[in-house]
Design a protein around this ligand. Structure first.
Ligand code: PEP
Ligand code: MN
Length: 352
């Protein structure tokens, strides 16, 4: 349920209403929008009558029910306004959200050694990326495959951050690693395979680094947004949803089916920013540029693209990784589309 306050409502009145609603056993959450303040209510509201609630104060404009199973994540909970995630990086704060330039996240699947991660960071930065991605802890189908260098790779990500000022995005697979990963990372990634790991979602919701939440490979949109709800409910409002392809019947020509229709669907259902990962979405480097352009045109707020200095030798996901040269060219190809929709700034331009 949400309580929409009239424009100019006094702070003291908002506080009074919130305390009164708390005595009813509800959890009020004040959401300050561009024009209005909304009080989001979580709790057992089934028996409450919105019209009666409007009587609590003359400053209440309207009381509305949130119909979806997700509450904090729903677009209605913020009375239709988009949320934005502010990510402080050494190069300045990067904002991700519907009213901001598209953020570009690029880098290898896995952090392999210092030279390759620093070189990749320099190259993607020069091409205009805002963040470096790279896995230290890798979820692999086979226990015999390269599992990532773990803690030592975190030090290498820190070196790349230091060398370029790029923000770092890396995956958390196990809640016990959250703290040490958060020392280096500016955004914590929850991978597709962990989207349903509710205890990890709860724990990642209890810390304050922004979270990139990938869609499970067989997750419905509702399950995915409910996973985001876990993080929001635990207290972390900074969640970015990332579509990375889902499993469909044809796996011969593309690794996954990149669900770009998720962009407008999510836009209507949730206020959260939306990222697209065309690399895992297709599994083939040659399809990544077309899907990146389509994602940008369809309204994605961020793109996550795998880039490796030598894809043929990559320890994971080489076939879907762009070379730094191809990534640089892709950024040039994206520029006219991004400029036309008014959402294009290469990294140097976003510094605050
Ligand atoms: C990754 O980003 O390298 C990764 C493992 O992604 P996903 O969880 O989407 O498979
Ligand atoms: Mn990968």
């Amino acid at each position: 349920m949400i309580v929409v306050m009239k424009i100019g409502s006094p702070e003291a009145e908002i506080a009074r209403i919130s305390s009164e609603l708390e005595t009813w056993g509800l959890t009020p959450e004040k959401i300050v929008g561009k024009h209005k303040v909304v009080i989001g209510l979580v709790g057992d509201t089934a028996d409450l009558d919105p019209l009666q609630m409007e009587e609590i104060s003359p400053w209440i404009e309207q009381v509305l029910r949130v119909e979806q199973p997700f509450k904090r994540a729903s677009r209605e909970f913020r009375h239709g306004e988009a949320s934005e995630v502010a990510i402080p990086t050494p190069n300045g704060t990067v904002w991700i959200g519907e009213h901001h330039p598209v953020a570009v996240i690029a880098g290898p699947c896995s952090v392999e050694n210092e030279e390759m991660i620093v070189e990749t960071a320099r190259r993607v930065k020069a091409a205009g990326a805002h963040f470096l991605r790279g896995g230290a802890y890798k979820p692999r189908t086979s226990p015999y495959a390269f599992q990532g260098h773990g803690e030592s790779a975190l030090g290498l990500l820190a070196a790349a951050r230091e060398a370029t000022g790029l923000g770092i995005i890396t995956e958390v697979m196990d809640a016990v690693d959250i703290e040490k990963i958060a020392e280096v990372a500016d955004v914590l990634q929850v991978g597709a395979r962990n989207m349903h790991n509710f205890s990890l979602l709860k724990k990642i919701g209890c810390q304050d680094k922004p979270v990139l939440l990938k869609r499970g490979m067989s997750a419905t949109i509702e399950e995915w947004v409910m996973a985001a709800e876990y993080i929001l409910a635990a207290g972390n409002p900074n969640v970015i949803l990332c579509e990375r392809g889902i499993r469909t019947f044809d796996r011969e020509y593309a690794r996954n089916t990149l669900d770009l229709s998720a962009i407008p669907v999510l836009r209507s259902l949730t206020h959260l920013p939306i990222a697209i990962d065309p690399s895992h979405g297709t599994g083939r480097a040659e399809y990544v540029p077309a899907m990146s352009m389509a994602a940008l045109a369809a309204g994605a707020d961020a793109l996550m693209i795998e880039v490796h200095p030598n894809p043929a030798k990559a320890l994971s996901d080489g076939p879907q990784s762009l070379t730094p040269d191809r990534f640089d060219r892709l950024m040039t190809e994206l520029s006219p589309i991004g400029t036309t929709i008014g959402r294009w700034h290469r990294s140097a331009a976003v510094m605050v």
